[in-house]
Design a binder for this molecule. Structure first.
Ligand SMILES: *[C@@H]1O[C@H](CO)[C@@H](O)[C@H](O)[C@H]1NC(C)=O
Ligand SMILES: *[C@@H]1O[C@H](CO)[C@@H](O)[C@H](O)[C@H]1NC(C)=O
Length: 370
């Protein structure tokens, strides 16, 4: 696994750093274990050969994507359930859950860009059909010929823009289900943990979606706990759970440094994205100058959100081929690489406080059990 990871890392590594401002921060091969799992995920998805575009959604993939048995039975522990059972000599001592969140709505910025793209496209379509109906006696035949030229137009025109900016990254109903079912599967996997009333601790950030995820998770533990749900407190600690906001060096060198994402910006302007952009523009009957990489990316994200939140294949998906999806997956991977992963040493270092916490709690549980 180690050498495969090395290859994946090398394969993802883009051209040398493109800005003087970040040249001082040498890209590091070392990164935290959490980040490694991000790099392994696309390999797993490809290996499953999932149909259509859903294997290219990266961090917006459904949990079912990598655990297809959950589609049939959301409480299934999967094919490896029997073999992953604890050896008889092992006793589970504690559950310490460091919770992020389940499936969420797009952020306000993404929703704004989507609204922008959708209204541009509707305006363009209205202008095209009014100008062609004034020069032609039959408006229905002219609009159907426009739709033949831009096949995505009819379906997208019928699509309702239902996202509101107030949804801003909040937990979706599906996200509540994700977390509750995750907890129920965990409880089923380690019954001894609950029967013996071992110590349970849940930690969350103060983000609304994370608090709600924590509450749903706790609810999922409930039935097997036979405890009042209030008895397990959720510890809110942002310096622990949002370490990336609290690490001054990471904020200055990466988060607030425009030059840090220069490889991402270069890829957005590069030939691969250009090709996807021109294809999408022509499918939407928009001039390519009216689009940019961010708008194309938000259209692709909408395809992933509609599947994750509503379990539907949205007409936005029809704008993209599998090859386009690979380009957009790469764009997202590139951003994660430079912002969260191996790109800069401080990315992984900023998470040390969380890893220290994890290991300290493990040590403490072992110590107290002696
Ligand atoms: C948050 O977690 C950090 C790291 O474990 C710890 O030092 C700090 O005391 C915690 N803060 C609160 C308010 O619990
Ligand atoms: C999602 O949609 C598929 C196919 O349309 C359906 O078979 C499945 O039951 C749906 N899943 C949920 C959780 O509604």
């Amino acid at each position: 696994a180690k050498s495969r990871r090395g290859e994946a890392g090398a394969g993802l590594r883009p051209a040398p750093s493109c800005g003087a401002a970040v040249a001082a921060m040498a890209p590091s091969r070392a990164a935290a274990a959490l980040r490694r799992s991000l790099l392994l995920l696309p390999t797993l998805l490809l290996a499953l050969g999932s149909a259509g575009l859903s294997g290219y959604f990266g961090t917006k993939s459904r949990y079912e994507e990598v655990n297809p048995h959950l589609v049939r039975d959301p409480l299934s522990l999967g094919p490896s359930a029997a073999s992953s059972r604890l050896p008889a000599a092992c006793t589970p001592l504690q559950l310490r859950a460091l919770l992020r969140h389940g499936t969420r709505y797009p952020t306000a910025g993404q929703i704004r860009r989507l609204g922008d793209l959708h209204s541009r496209f509707l305006r363009r379509r209205a202008a095209a059909s009014s100008s062609s109906s004034s020069s032609s006696s039959s408006s229905s035949s002219s609009s159907s010929s426009a739709e033949a030229a831009c096949p995505a137009v009819a379906d997208l025109a019928a699509w309702q823009m239902w996202y509101e900016e107030s949804l801003d990254g909040r937990l979706a109903p599906q996200g509540r289900r994700d977390m509750e079912l995750l907890a129920r599967r965990l409880a089923a996997r380690f019954p001894a943990l609950f029967a013996a009333r071992r110590r349970l601790q849940l930690a969350s950030s103060s983000k609304h979606r994370c608090l709600q995820s924590g509450a749903a998770f706790r609810k999922g533990l409930g039935p097997s706990l036979s405890l009042g749900t209030d008895e397990v407190e959720i510890e809110v600690n942002d310096s622990l759970m949002r370490f990336f906001d609290h690490c001054a060096k990471f904020v200055a060198l990466v988060e607030e440094n425009d030059a840090a994402m220069c490889q991402v910006d270069a890829f957005k302007e590069g030939p691969e994205m250009r090709k996807v952009l021109e294809k999408v523009a022509s499918a939407l009957c928009l001039p390519a100058e009216e689009l940019n990489a961010d708008l194309v990316q938000v259209a692709f994200l909408t395809c992933s959100y509609e599947l994750a939140i509503k379990n539907v294949t949205s007409p936005w998906c029809s704008l993209f081929s599998e090859d386009d999806a690979k380009v957009l997956e790469y764009l997202n991977d590139l951003k994660q690489y430079w912002k969260r992963g191996y790109g800069y040493d401080i990315n992984s270092r900023s998470s040390c406080i969380l890893f220290q916490d994890i290991f300290q709690h493990l040590d403490k549980a072992v110590e107290e059990s002696k």
